[in-house]
Write a protein that binds this ligand. Structure first.
Ligand code: FCB
Length: 468
């Protein structure tokens, strides 16, 4: 059955600089926090590092040709701050040249460049000065954003400031599973607010310079109370919703932090971090909101049952709770199928999320699903193909939910598969594969998986059925 998508709906795929580029120390690039973190014993599974990744830096024309073969409308990629401003000292033209070549290659192939300025790879030199716990880092980010825009703004229309600030603040600075690996609750909160501020400052600067389409990408969840008749579970769901969703949505779209979040965070020193005037900067109008969604969260305020399978962890390194102020939360199993990450498969959650945003935020800008996808333990068949039937099913069912949301009145204008290529999956290293294109890490050879072929058919079918 052909799928019907709204007119102009964009079909894309996404990657991030540190996960695919490699060339981590070439043409003037210096360490980002992920290069440094990956050298810490036990930080990343198998001792993997982003040093070579999937060599997108050198194989970019081949990768753009693959995107064209799939029929993509758009490519979502990120710019590496540590490549463009090594050590955040000065502009590195050679580093910026890579993105200029990439954009020309994309435009030549009829593919829209969808640029993200920050996908977690802070220059290590800035981390050495306190990183995102320092307010000054927000101003450094705005400066970097301006330099990237000065060079690429003539050809890039869609600008995303941050990807998933939740991960680069609470998980990197309070939980410690991500770079820089700090485990300090207040540092997580400071990073969260300073990334919001950085976003607002950059939006203002880029708007002044004529940028037309400005947005941010958040990873949002449906916080599902494990037992909806248990007040402890209802409170747990409220807390998770406050910290994981509304701590981001509300300052951006309503110029305030939710009262219940502030109460949950009492005693963690959050409020003094927020200066007068910050929220007005942060709530600068947006042209789109990117939504990343992989799974819902079934949450409880009680300890998980003893017979629940333990959550999968990338390494044995000690981490802390990223749920600042709500450290007691647990995530009991509810028996849904799971991916190789241990993440629940529950496609209707994506539609529920898009509908909820539409219902609750009157000033919501148009939505794009900027990431959705699945990791499975792929096998290469004797014929050299990857018959990733589970990923095909995941893809189809999630696309269907997005289109059903659109048909029901949600203003969602695009879908980006995560990921174009197998890549460096952060603390999990190369062990978890999300690509719709396989990468053989020994030879860097690319093979379109069944899911990639299926995506191509979905795109062609929807395009043919698109109302004119
Ligand atoms: C998201 C990240 C992305 C990728 C996917 C699996 O949280 O934005 O880089 O790692 O998860």
């Amino acid at each position: 059955m052909a799928r019907t998508a709204p007119t102009g709906f964009l079909w894309g795929a996404a990657t991030a600089a540190a996960q695919v580029e490699g060339a981590a120390h070439e043409d003037g690039k210096e360490d980002s926090i992920w290069d440094t973190f990956a050298r810490v014993p036990l930080a990343v599974a198998n001792g993997d590092t982003p040093e070579h990744a999937v060599d997108h830096y050198h194989r970019m024309p081949e990768d753009v040709a693959l995107m064209r073969e799939l029929g993509l409308d758009a490519y979502r990629f990120s710019v590496s701050w540590a490549r463009v401003r090594p050590g955040d000292r000065h502009l590195n033209t050679a580093g910026l040249d890579f993105y200029s070549r990439l954009i020309d290659e994309l435009l030549g192939a009829g593919i829209l460049p969808w640029l993200t300025l920050y996908h977690w790879d802070l220059p290590q030199a800035l981390e050495d000065r306190g990183g995102w716990t320092e307010r000054d880092t927000a101003y450094r980010f705005a400066e970097y954003a301006v330099q990237v825009h000065d060079r690429l703004g003539d050809r890039v229309r869609h600008w995303t400031t941050f990807n998933e600030p939740l991960c680069s603040s609470l998980i990197g600075y309070a939980g410690g599973e991500h770079a820089p690996g700090r485990r300090e609750p207040r540092a997580g909160l400071a990073a969260l607010h300073h990334q919001h501020l950085a976003h607002g400052l950059a939006v203002h600067e880029l708007r002044t310079r004529g940028a037309e389409q400005l947005g941010i990408t958040l990873n949002l969840t449906n916080a599902v109370p494990h037992d909806p008749s248990d007040p402890a579970d209802l409170d747990a769901a409220r807390r998770l919703d406050a910290l994981w969703n509304r701590a981001f949505l509300d300052p951006l779209l309503r110029a305030s932090y939710p009262d219940d979040l502030l109460a949950d965070l009492a005693g963690h020193g959050f409020e003094p971090i927020v200066h007068d005037g910050d929220l007005a900067i942060i709530a600068a109008p947006l042209d789109f909101l990117g939504v990343n969604h992989y799974h819902d969260d079934n949450v409880s305020g009680r300890p998980a049952p003893a017979d629940d399978p333990p959550a999968l962890r990338p390494t044995e390194r000690e981490t802390s709770s990223p749920f600042v102020g709500s450290e007691h939360l647990s995530f009991p199993s509810r028996g849904l199928p799971r991916t190789a990450m241990g993440w629940e498969v529950n496609p209707s959650g994506l539609r529920t999320l898009l509908e909820r945003l539409t219902a609750e935020y009157p000033d919501l800008p148009p939505l794009y699903v900027t990431e959705n996808g699945s990791a499975y333990d792929d096998e290469v068949a004797d014929d050299g193909a990857v018959h990733d039937a589970q990923r095909v099913a995941y893809l189809r069912s999630h696309v269907d939910e997005v289109l059903a949301a659109a048909a029901g009145g949600v203003d969602v204008r695009g879908y980006f598969a995560w990921s174009l290529l197998d890549n460096f999956e952060w603390a999990w290293g190369y062990g978890k594969r999300f690509g719709i294109i396989r990468v053989d890490y020994a030879t860097q050879e690319r093979t379109i998986k069944d899911s990639g072929r299926e995506y191509s058919r979905i795109i062609a079918g929807a395009r043919a059925a698109m109302p004119r």
